[in-house]
Design a protein around this ligand. Structure first.
Ligand code: FES
Ligand code: FES
Length: 155
């Protein structure tokens, strides 16, 4: 089937999409947006997090056909112009990135949290990021990155 959707503000099309294909596969392999990572493909790790019509979803759990005509924003799409988004900057500056495999998912989930709750407490941050797994950082630097981003965005 042919899939038509909007991705990061642009109308995009993909040809010959199989009905069982995931949105994650379409983004990475057909639309050349490798930011969303494919780690578990079972909705367990959050590495593939994107917005679908403004809601945070695991794109590995969304069938390509379900995204027909809808609006997707990926980690590539939340940056501002050529610069990084404050959440992306905070992850770099706080050293919250090691192998980086989980980072796009954490960045999108943090972006979602801070647009809903500009000054979250630690418990709210932990709750919001509970669906995102990291094998490297021990999470402390990730929490520091979220606090840093929240402080900067509140200014
Ligand atoms: S790859 Fe989608 S949740 Fe892990
Ligand atoms: S930085 Fe490696 S999985 Fe999180």
């Amino acid at each position: 089937m042919r899939l038509r959707l909007r991705v990061n503000g642009e109308a995009r099309e993909a040809e010959d999409v199989w009905e069982g294909e995931s949105l994650l596969y379409v983004l990475r392999e057909r639309l050349e947006l490798p930011g969303s990572k494919n780690a578990c493909e079972q909705g367990e790790c959050g590495s593939c997090s994107v917005y679908l019509d403004g809601s945070l979803v695991c794109s590995c759990l969304v069938l390509a056909g379900q995204a027909e005509g809808r609006e997707v924003v990926t980690v590539e799409g939340i940056s501002e112009g050529d610069g990084l988004h404050p959440v992306q900057e905070a992850f770099v500056e706080a050293g919250a990135v090691q192998c980086g495999f989980c980072t796009p998912g954490f960045v999108v989930a943090t972006h979602d949290l801070l647009r809903r709750v500009p000054e979250p407490g630690d418990a709210e941050v932990r709750e919001a990021l509970a669906g995102n797994l990291c094998r490297c950082t021990g999470y402390e630097k990730i929490l520091a990155a979220v606090r840093l981003a929240a402080r900067r965005m509140a200014k």
